[in-house]
Design a protein around this ligand. Structure first.
Ligand code: GLA
Length: 648
């Protein structure tokens, strides 16, 4: 039987002729009714499967150390191993810091037969009698210390430092071909070498090789590099070749699976939010960079934070937003700026960012080691539920982020972005706790506990982030708002068809860049994507004149996958959000359980009252929430899954 026939086994029983045609039509109609008007090849068709990445080793965000922010390309074995030893001796390893990652600067060249060679003058343990070099002794050392080893490469032929830092030490040597050290054309060969032969556990893959080597670019004009037509454009999504870039990452992932039979690998995508990676990075990698490089200055840290902070629904166990590595230890985050250093760390912790130390640990003072070692904040970051914090209060100066922890406690961070002290109030409402029951809160920097009824006002110093663990009585009994559980929700199709620059992303003057030129351009950071407790454009959810403080906002023609860890029921009020620009188009909402239609709404337009839907979810593992509006311009049609609640 052909594959086609096996898939459509029914056909074998249906003969030819008028009757069979009629039966076929009836069957097709029945199938459409069951699947709620789903059609083959339709991205909104339910699949019954969670599509965000679960391969690799990232049930919680990775923790460890990376050489880049400490040394740039000027690294060597001794510097790296000294930091590794410090991680173990200081107790950071016991607290979860595992990965010791080499960033750019480890390579010598690519041999004529394609094999990559290690720069042995910097990594002497990689010397071999036959000159083939091997990182195995180095990774063995790290493994013997109970640590894991990470390496760095590029998706193109050449690298970031080759293009942008031509005077840095440790750039690849040799002729043009020998200096092509990136994965391009060598994906499987290199991944096999790095993982199966050398024993690495983690790879960060940059994208400069796909961006900086166009015909007529500086590096190519220098005669030192071969041209590669750019596939990535940082400023304009439309100028990137998304299928090509994604296809290459898919290839890398397939190689990683092939060469790591135990599944112990971690894939870090580093294309800085370009090529719309914000919508698909979560399906391919374990972490995905949301912005250009962080710098050791306050405003740059905020830019990076902003690009990930409102993407709670795009982070889950197995796939996390990555606003870049920590810069605690340098510049605005050194020991003389403890407030900023602590803020930076607390913010990364609460949004489930990877905790990758970027400081030279040989020289890191005790006070900063204590920042990295804050066990309570590490526990917030590593909470197994994997729910990234959601914005509870937002303004240019002050922000409040709330993260649901396993067991029902919340972590809450109050960030003062400004340079003057501010008064900030945490309310039971921010926490979704009842305001007639006390809330017990513990300051995660001082360990001091206190309690409040209804609200508590505190002063937050300039650039300070106060961070607490809070315990109170949940507003709902034996239930949770879906928007409190973003780690369970995957916007498999978020409806964004016209990626627009995000007006909420702060833009800063590049350090040392001054004000030459026209300044940094606004970038696409996921504006229009699905949001917890807000519309895709940051407004309050509202259907037919009624406001919803809780719910999921998303564009029309979207499909949300929702994992059900054992709830019995889901209730929700659905409708077109009142902020929609399109008053005519009809949206139909459908809920599926493990691929089967459970409930569907009438066709609803802007202004119509919300329709209540309720489905039993006992025994169901995966729900899919589909909002369908054939022919709509999705950006004009935000819809709301208002007051979505999971009940026991
Ligand atoms: C890019 C990355 C950085 C770092 C450098 C190395 O800029 O974003 O994190 O890896 O390349 O050259």
């Amino acid at each position: 039987m052909s594959v086609e026939h096996r898939r459509h086994g029914l056909r074998d029983n249906i003969g030819t002729g008028r009757w069979s045609l009629k039966i076929a039509c009836l069957l097709a109609t029945a199938a459409l009714a069951v699947s709620g008007m789903a059609r083959a090849g339709d991205p909104l068709a339910p699949t019954g499967k969670w599509s965000a990445n679960t391969d690799g080793h990232a049930a919680t965000p990775p923790m460890g150390w990376n050489s880049w922010n400490a040394f740039f390309t000027d690294m060597d074995e001794e510097k790296v191993l000294a930091s590794a030893r410090k991680i173990v001796e200081s107790g950071l390893a016991a607290k979860g810091y595992r990965y010791v990652n080499l960033d750019e600067g480890w390579w010598e060249r690519r041999r004529q037969d394609g094999r990559m060679l290690v720069r042995t003058e910097k990594f002497p343990s990689a010397r071999t009698a036959d000159g083939a070099t091997s990182f195995r002794p180095f990774t063995d050392r790290l493994h013997a210390m109970g640590l894991k080893a990470g390496l760095y490469s590029d998706l193109g032929r050449n690298t970031c430092a080759q293009a942008y830092m031509p005077h840095e030490p440790n750039l690849p040597r040799g002729g043009v071909a020998e200096r092509e050290v990136g994965l391009y054309g060598n994906i499987d060969r290199d991944i096999r070498l790095y993982f199966a032969e050398w024993g690495f556990d983690y790879i960060k893959i940059d994208g400069c090789g796909l961006r900086a080597y166009g015909e007529g670019s500086g590096p190519v004009k220098s005669g030192r590099y071969r041209a590669l037509a750019p596939l990535l454009d940082l400023e304009t999504v439309g100028r990137s070749d998304i299928p090509a870039v994604r296809g290459m990452f898919d290839e890398v992932k397939a190689s990683l699976i092939r060469h790591n039979p135990d599944g112990d690998f971690l894939l870090s995508l580093c294309i800085w939010g370009s090529a719309n990676v914000r919508s698909w990075g979560k399906d391919v990698g374990n972490i995905s960079r949301t912005s250009d490089d962080i710098g050791p200055d306050w405003s740059r840290m905020l830019v990076n934070f902003d690009t990930a902070a409102k993407r709670a629904l795009y982070a889950h166990p197995g796939s996390w937003n990555d606003p870049d590595m920590l810069f605690v230890g340098k510049g605005d985050f050194d020991e003389n700026h403890l407030t900023e250093a602590r803020s930076h760390f607390a913010l990364w912790a609460i949004i489930n960012a990877p905790l990758l130390i970027g400081s030279d640990l040989r020289k890191t003072p005790r006070v900063l080691m204590d920042v990295f070692g804050n066990a309570d904040l590490i526990a917030v970051n590593q909470d197994p539920g994997g729910h990234q914090a959601v914005v509870a209060f937002d303004s240019s100066d002050a922000q409040v982020f709330v993260k649901t922890l396993t067991g029902g406690d919340k972590a809450v961070a109050l960030l003062n972005r400004s340079s003057r002290p501010i008064k900030a109030t945490i309310t039971s409402g921010h926490l979704k706790f009842r305001d007639d029951a006390p809330v017990l809160i513990t300051d995660l920097w001082t360990g001091k506990s206190t309690s409040f009824m209804r609200e508590m006002t505190v002063t937050v110093a300039p650039r300070e982030t106060l961070v607490f663990r809070a315990n109170g009585r949940h507003r709902l009994d034996r239930a949770a708002y879906l928007s409190e559980l973003p780690g369970l929700v995957n916007p498999a199709v978020d409806g964004v068809t016209d990626p627009q620059a995000d007006p909420t992303i702060h833009r800063n003057v590049a350090p040392g860049g001054g004000t030459h030129g026209t300044g940094p351009r606004p970038i696409y950071a996921g504006w229009g994507g699905a949001q917890a407790d807000a519309t895709p454009f940051g407004r309050e959810l509202q259907i037919g004149g009624r406001r919803y403080g809780e719910g999921i906002g998303v564009l029309a023609n979207s499909r949300l996958e929702v994992r059900n860890p054992g709830y019995d029921r889901l209730t929700v009020n659905v409708g077109v959000d009142d902020s929609a620009g399109d008053a005519d188009r009809t949206v139909t909402f459908a809920i599926y359980g493990d691929g089967r239609l459970l409930a569907t709404s009438a066709g609803l337009r802007r202004g119509a009252p919300a329709q209540a839907l309720e489905v039993k979810t006992v025994g169901i593992k995966l729900l899919e929430l589909v909002a369908r509006a054939p022919g709509a311009i999705n950006e004009r049609l935000p819809v709301a899954w208002g007051n979505a609640v999971f009940w026991f």
